[in-house]
Design a protein around this ligand. Structure first.
Ligand SMILES: [Zn+2]
Length: 603
């Protein structure tokens, strides 16, 4: 039986280089014969695929192979004789599975696939014939499952992005852009840019956008070759959704199988792989999706990111109304915007009109009339008053505070309750210029000088581990807050978070890495009532914000003068963390026995 008629009429369409005739051993009554497809590369034959060809009881099979670039495998694919997938399965072995060239453990391992990975099922048996990426081969069927082992049983439509994945709300390349470039570098596999690029300077963290499980941490692709994504992390969110975070630094703080929460650091920007400069490339897939022109599963992440992008705090402070030049505004949602730079607020929509005040770069603007007038929007925003138009701005005179009076308390014990009714006892313990915030048995170490309050060791992660903060120019401790701060001021500090094992003081790589934190003194409250009903006087409110320009809070901290930390709230939506904790009861000095603080080994 000649298989010529199974192959294309015109070999030209496959850029034929040569033809070979193969005669295969008989199938001894089997219905099909297995054919191994190889290509010559790096001085040896390399298996690239397997075919099951029908022989219908014939004992001999002659077949013409077209040798077309780049592989035999693609020649067969073009000839459409590959078995069609009959479904999908998932790797259901925590250690992953080997894909072999034949259905026994004696066959060569072609590649291995991680736990939870989806594969195409070509033929079912004791050994399933599967395809994963461009590798076709056999996997022992008991190691595969019909169900996604990481699936979180997410109801349809419930998936959403809960956390902006970088420190910067800036898109540098959208999904579907630059078709020529991406089609060329992917050999036609991709019709255009298959994800979204976000600003992420070197060493800034990538955050998980939603809860899920890490299914891959690698710098390789399916075939074990260098990945264009460089070092990357894949998270399965259930419901068929997964996200990929690319171009990371090699020291990735999560590992395959880790359960992650929204806002958890997955990696740090590292400019690895096919990247023209440091940035976060984020790919979103939804299994079963088919977008015209796209390979299966790829979808545009922007509709999921947009609600977070548009989430901005309402303007607050010294509010004024006036005209702002529209090109200086970055619109968010229907009537909100962010000032892209310091903007002049004018009385009329005209650059010659009197200057009313100045709106600072990064502040929120409410657009009061969406009708553009001469390129201006009539808007409301917090302003810096300017007495003399067109003069260099002076910083507004605002009261500044010695933050130490608030962060370091007087040693009273007090109870702090959280949103899920858990309670801890807090106490500040002072030792010279060092003081400890003791929370039940956990503690945080602080110290200070004339200019800064420093944070050093924190044992609150528990599970036999603690971490220590250092600045790039210091051996221990990290500048946390300036001693003197005024509401509206921020303090930004790059630092290293290094975890250690509490039992022997040895370093622990998981969750360790470099971060850049910005803390803002948001307000001074004469009186502040907490969620517990307790009201405190003289309270400073700090926010850990996204960055100098984006003041979206990641966490909020409240300190009462003379007592210490009295409140905390999360800005993110991580359901695994109580939404807040706040002071519930303050004990008079000497009315409570001292309590132990845990010991850890510090090398
Ligand atoms: Zn990209």
């Amino acid at each position: 039986m000649n298989q010529d008629d199974q192959l294309p009429e015109s070999p030209d369409s496959l850029h034929e280089i040569s033809r070979q005739i193969l005669t295969l051993a008989d199938g001894s009554g089997a219905d099909n014969v297995r054919l191994e497809i190889s290509e010559w590369r790096d001085g040896r034959w390399r298996l690239t695929g397997l075919l099951a060809l029908p022989i219908n009881g014939e004992s001999r099979l002659e077949i013409v192979l077209l040798k077309g670039p780049p592989t035999f495998f693609e020649a067969f694919e073009a000839a459409a004789v590959l078995p069609e997938p009959i479904g999908v399965k998932y790797v259901n072995a925590p250690a992953g599975v080997n894909v072999r060239s034949g259905p026994t453990t004696g066959h060569e391992v072609l590649t291995s696939i991680p736990y939870g990975q989806q594969v195409e099922l070509l033929k079912e048996g004791e050994w399933d014939l599967i395809r994963a990426g461009n590798i076709t081969g056999y996997v022992f069927s008991e190691l595969l499952s019909d169900k996604d082992p990481f699936a979180l049983d997410l109801p349809d439509g419930a998936f959403k992005f809960e956390f902006w994945p970088t420190l910067y709300k800036e898109v540098t390349q959208h999904f579907g852009e630059n078709p020529d470039l991406y089609s060329e570098i992917s050999d036609g596999f991709l019709p255009a840019h298959e994800g979204i690029d976000l600003k992420a300077p070197m060493n800034t963290p990538y955050f998980a956008i939603a809860p899920g499980r890490v299914t891959s941490v690698s710098d390789k692709n399916w075939a074990g070759e260098a990945s264009p994504y460089g070092w990357h992390v894949v998270v399965n969110h259930g419901g068929g959704y997964s996200t990929l975070y690319a171009h990371a630094r090699a020291d990735i703080p999560v590992k395959v199988g880790d359960q992650v929460t929204p806002g958890q650091v997955l990696a740090y920007s590292g400019n690895t792989g096919f990247s023209s400069g440091p940035h976060l490339h984020l790919t979103l897939k939804k299994s079963g999706t088919t977008l015209p022109g796209w390979p299966p599963d790829y979808i545009d992440p922007w509709p999921f990111l947009e609600p977070l992008y548009n989430e901005v705090a309402a303007p607050a402070g010294n509010l004024r109304e006036g005209y702002l030049f529209a090109q200086g505004l970055d619109k968010r949602g229907s009537d909100m915007a962010i000032a892209k730079l310091n903007l002049n607020m004018r009385q009329e929509p005209d650059s010659a009109s009197p200057l009313l005040a100045v709106v600072s770069q990064g502040s929120t603007v409410r657009i009061l009339n969406e009708q553009l007038q001469n390129g201006y929007y009539f808007s409301e925003a917090a302003v810096i008053e300017e007495a003399q138009p067109r003069k260099v701005l002076d910083l507004p005179q605002v009261e500044s505070f010695d933050v130490l009076d608030y962060v370091k308390g007087d040693g009273r014990q007090y109870e702090v309750r959280n949103a899920t009714a858990g309670q801890e006892r807090f106490q500040i313990r002072e030792d010279g210029l060092t003081f400890y915030l003791v929370k039940n048995h956990h503690w945080e170490k602080f110290f200070y000088d004339n200019d800064f309050i420093y944070r050093d060791i924190d044992t609150s992660p528990g599970n036999g581990r603690y971490y220590r903060l250092t600045d790039p120019d210091r051996q221990f401790g990290s500048r946390w807050l300036r001693r003197k701060m005024a509401p509206g001021q921020t303090y930004t500090q790059p630092r290293r978070v290094q975890f250690y094992n509490a039992a022997d003081g040895s370093p622990s790589a998981a969750n360790s890495g470099n971060v850049i934190d910005t803390i803002m003194l948001v307000a001074h409250h004469d009186r502040y009532q907490f969620q517990t009903g307790v009201e405190m006087e003289d309270v400073l409110e700090f926010h850990w914000v996204m960055n100098e320009n984006d003041h979206t809070p990641r966490e909020k901290y409240f300190y009462a003068r003379g007592l210490g930390m009295v409140g905390w709230a999360r800005g993110h939506q991580d359901p695994n963390t109580p939404a807040w904790s706040a002071v519930a009861e303050i004990h008079k000095k000497g009315t409570r026995d001292p309590f132990e603080r845990e010991e850890v080994v510090i090398v």
